[in-house]
Write a protein that binds this ligand. Sequence first.
Ligand code: VLP
Length: 134
Amino acid sequence: MPVDFSGTWNLVSNDNFEGYMVALGIDFATRKVAKMLKPQKVIKQDGDSFYIHTTSTFRDYLLEFKVGEEFDEETKGLDNRKCKSLVTWENDKLVCVQTGEKKNRGWTHWLEGDDLHLELRCENQVCRQVFKRA
Ligand code: VLP
């Protein structure tokens, strides 16, 4: 059975989100609000087609893509940059490389037990998030 990330997921831990936001150049006031959030992810997966909606009381972010097909990403409401993004499978991990102004930018999703993990990378910063099913 291929891995299926579909579901509604609530953030339960968020390690070094501050460092990740600083690396993205998010201003102090926005970081103060953002680090209090407990975002929810709604993921719809149909084979290699993904819909990932990250929502919060402050802002939300929708990403839709097909694994293996590069796309133009504009991180509206986040750091508002443009990048070329490509998501691939590395075994059962979903790995995104976001090529643009920021070096070493990307993220990885995987399932571990009942939990959804997300590693967010930018420059020399790594943020580790864990989500549980809602
Ligand atoms: C910006 C950085 C907080 C902080 C300010 C706004 C959206 C993988 C991928 C799919 C992400 C999430 C990126 C979060 C970066 C916040 C608003 C928080 C709620 O997820 O699931 O896009 O890239």
